[in-house]
Design a protein. Structure first.
Length: 743
């Protein structure tokens, strides 16, 4: 040990002499704009070397990647949903450049036996868009000095697919059998369900969260079993397996039922594939890096994962319509064909700003989990980046100043949480666009429309009147304002939390519930209270969201389940959802109209069709999106538009947003986003009634884009397949009667 200490001391002394003489240079950081000496540091002794550490005051810093430990490549998330970004990070950050390489795993052309160089960067991070062809691909990084990192493997999560269905069986009473399902997709969760004979209700089996289920035959009745397989990309329900009791014949052998699927059963997940609530939530705590070459290549094809704390959406209440899917006909398209048909429609949608329109919309509809959202509070360092951006532009004091008579349910924290739910609102732009300027204009535009939707519009309203007569709007900031000075009308936004003349005791208004007359009665089924009375879906929140079909689509976007908010519409007023409904409307495409964000962030650039229809980016185009049918193309500006424009000017002044002289603020002479517009995109889907002579049935087995609102949207992953399933093999049962038969 003494000799070791002496050698270390000699090495450090020699290095110090060489530094002093200028014969060697200290390490510099690759990102420094000018050469600078890295500060000396005192190394922390490791556990193994604590007793023998040399008593040296300073150590010569080493440039990572040239000497010292091998750089470590980290991929925080073990599984990355398809379409999301995965970030590789090299630590410690090496000096100089980093060369990134990949070795693909797969069939055919996607498989590579040798390492292939992707790119060379001057940063220690690489962002990859996860896609199916990159599943199991291995990555490594090489420093400019030739030091190779460890390898990590990317696992890409896709919508679950069942490759082996549970098998029906004949069993003697009291005997047991194992039902098993095999599925792919990654991070799979399982929930088995059973339906007793003479019953129409599927019930969950407690504790049945594995891919295998042991069942015992009953003496008197057969029973059906199925399993719901899900992950953050969607869900799929298996075919039903029947366990049929059979009298003992003295033969101890078990007899298979022949593998014939059981009869078609009601599916608690209409459409077959919906994202988990908060499907874009980061993995809590992350995952350790993949060991790479030593891992089992098949360990991710069929994997139990109970780490997701998101609850399984329950089946619809018994009083609601139930969808039954009959078995697929022989000429029904395969999963691969359905994917190909959907891809063709996505590609046909065209591009905006150089990116496919549907891909842009899908990115805009990202959501975070409620668990993440509910942690947001003003000033929290861990708040999502888009929330912190809003806090910088609109601190709480400014919020109070702009909305002094808001209903007290419209709190600042509720605004921040609503923005946290949607990462695309006030998102970061990495292509040179000014993220802060876009966010400011987005806030100004949103607030201006809130004035028209929820404002008191009470010219004589003063702080004294609000404090004395309206306790629901008596915010503390009113005590700091001149008591008898009228409050400007643009500052009277968010006065109404619920539509005038309606309360939470109102029943049966703004509903289209009956499944025999409208498809919304099936896919946005109205909820009922304990007395069996239908809830009302009157205007609630900053957008004054109305009608059950809008509540259903809002709920599906947030939670992958229309019933969540249809069964609890009051939460759209009483929680942070009161702001979230307005934020959702801003980022959600109102097909064929684009998302409002496209007008504000420059994604939409008008073409000749737009210009011929007097459509240019500006506040007036957002009025077209929010209520163009009633307020625009009237020859003169309607009073509602005049109010919106006035509020827009005031908020722009308050938040420092310049209004260009040529910005079109109104919409009196604009025609809207007509066919051929650079922004118009038909994303709603309906049945394609065309004849296909190649199919024995003659059916097209396709859905097509339409200009009117439907429950299926190309912008929602999985909706195309759900549309085809429903319109070609779906039945709707309601109160024991077959109401819709698409078979």
């Amino acid at each position: 040990m003494a000799r070791t200490r002496q050698l270390r001391l000699i090495a450090v002394t020699i290095t110090g002499i060489l530094l002093t003489a200028g014969l060697i240079s200290p390490a510099t950081h690759a990102d420094d704009t000018a050469s600078s000496v890295a500060p000396s540091v005192t190394p922390a002794p490791t556990k193994a070397r604590a007793e023998t550490a040399a008593p040296v005051a300073t150590a010569i810093p080493q440039s990572p990647g040239t000497r010292g430990d091998k750089p470590r490549l980290i991929l925080k998330k073990k599984w990355v949903p398809a379409g999301r970004n995965a970030t590789l990070r090299l630590t410690p950050e090496p000096a100089g450049t980093v060369t990134w390489q990949v070795k693909r795993h797969g069939a055919g052309s996607s498989h590579t036996k040798k390492w292939q160089t992707i790119k060379t960067t001057r940063t220690a991070r690489l962002t990859i868009k996860a896609k199916k062809s990159l599943h199991k691909a291995r990555y490594r990084a090489i420093s400019s000095t030739g030091i190779k990192s460890n390898t990590v493997r990317l696992r890409v999560m896709t919508k679950p697919k069942i490759s082996k269905q549970p098998t029906s069986q004949l069993l003697r009473p009291g005997m047991s059998a194992n039902l098993q399902v095999k599925a792919t997709g990654g991070k799979l969760r399982y929930q088995w369900q059973t339906e007793a004979a003479n019953s129409t209700t599927w019930t969950k089996i407690a504790g049945s969260d594995a891919k295998r289920l042991t069942v015992t035959a009953s003496a008197n009745n057969s029973a059906q079993y199925r399993v719901v397989v899900r992950n953050k990309k969607g869900r799929v329900t298996s075919e039903a397996a029947i366990i049929v009791p059979t009298p003992s014949n003295g033969n101890d052998d078990e007899h298979p039922y022949g593998g014939t699927p059981g009869p078609s059963t009601s599916n608690p997940d209409p459409g077959g594939s919906t994202p988990d609530p908060g499907s874009n939530d980061p993995d809590p705590g992350g995952n350790s890096p993949d060991p790479g070459d030593g891992a089992n290549p098949d360990d991710d094809e069929d994997e139990d994962d109970n780490g997701d704390d998101l609850p399984d959406p329950p089946p619809p209440a018994p009083y609601k319509p139930q969808i039954v899917y009959v078995p697929k006909q022989p000429d029904f398209p395969s999963d691969a064909q359905l994917d190909a048909d959907e891809t063709a429609l996505v590609q046909a949608a065209g591009t905006a700003g150089g990116t496919n329109k549907v891909d842009l919309m899908r990115s805009a509809l990202r959501v975070r989990s409620d668990a993440t959202v509910n942690q947001v509070v003003p000033g929290r360092a861990e708040n999502p980046a888009n929330v912190r951006r809003v806090e910088q532009i609109l601190p709480e004091a400014k919020f109070d100043e702009l909305f002094p008579v808001r209903n007290t349910a419209y709190s600042y924290v509720n605004l921040l949480r609503a923005i946290a739910k949607f990462p695309a609102y006030c998102d970061a732009y990495t292509d040179g666009r000014d993220s802060e300027a876009i966010c400011r204009k987005l806030l100004v535009t949103s607030f201006a429309h809130m004035v028209q939707e929820t404002g008191a519009n009470y010219p004589a309203l003063t702080p004294a009147v609000a404090l004395a007569q309206y306790p629901d709007n008596a915010n503390p900031v009113l005590h700091t304002m001149p008591a008898n000075t009228p409050i400007a009308t643009y500052r009277q936004a968010l006065w109404y939390l619920r539509e005038i003349s309606y309360t939470e005791q109102s029943r049966g208004f703004y509903t289209e519930c009956y499944p025999g007359s409208t498809v919304w009665g099936v896919f946005a089924p109205c909820g009922q209270d304990e007395q069996g009375q239908t809830f009302s879906y009157f205007g609630r929140g900053a957008k004054q969201l109305s009608y059950n079909y809008n509540y259903g689509q809002f709920s599906t976007s947030l939670y992958g389940d229309a019933n969540v908010l249809l069964d609890d519409p009051a939460s759209v007023a009483d929680t942070w959802l009161n702001f979230a409904s307005a934020i959702w409307f801003t980022v959600y495409p109102q097909s064929p109209k684009p998302p409002m964000t496209w007008v504000i962030d420059g994604t939409w650039q008008p073409n000749s069709v737009d210009l011929a229809n007097n459509m240019t980016p500006g506040f007036g185009a957002t009025v077209q999106i929010i209520n163009g049918g009633l307020e625009c193309d009237k020859g003169t500006e309607q009073p509602q538009v005049v109010n919106r424009i006035a509020a827009y000017r005031e908020f722009a002044h308050a938040l420092g947003v310049p209004i260009p002289a040529d910005e079109m603020l109104g919409c009196a002479t604009s025609k809207g986003f007509m066919a051929g517009s650079a922004a118009a995109t038909d994303t709603y889907l309906d049945q394609d009634w065309s004849w296909n002579s190649s199919n024995p049935s003659g059916k097209s087995y396709k859905c097509k884009p339409v200009t009117y609102q439907t429950p299926f949207n190309l912008a929602a992953s999985g909706d195309y397949e759900a549309c085809v399933d429903y319109f070609f093999r779906g039945q709707v049962w309601y109160q024991g009667e077959l109401k819709i038969d698409n078979t």
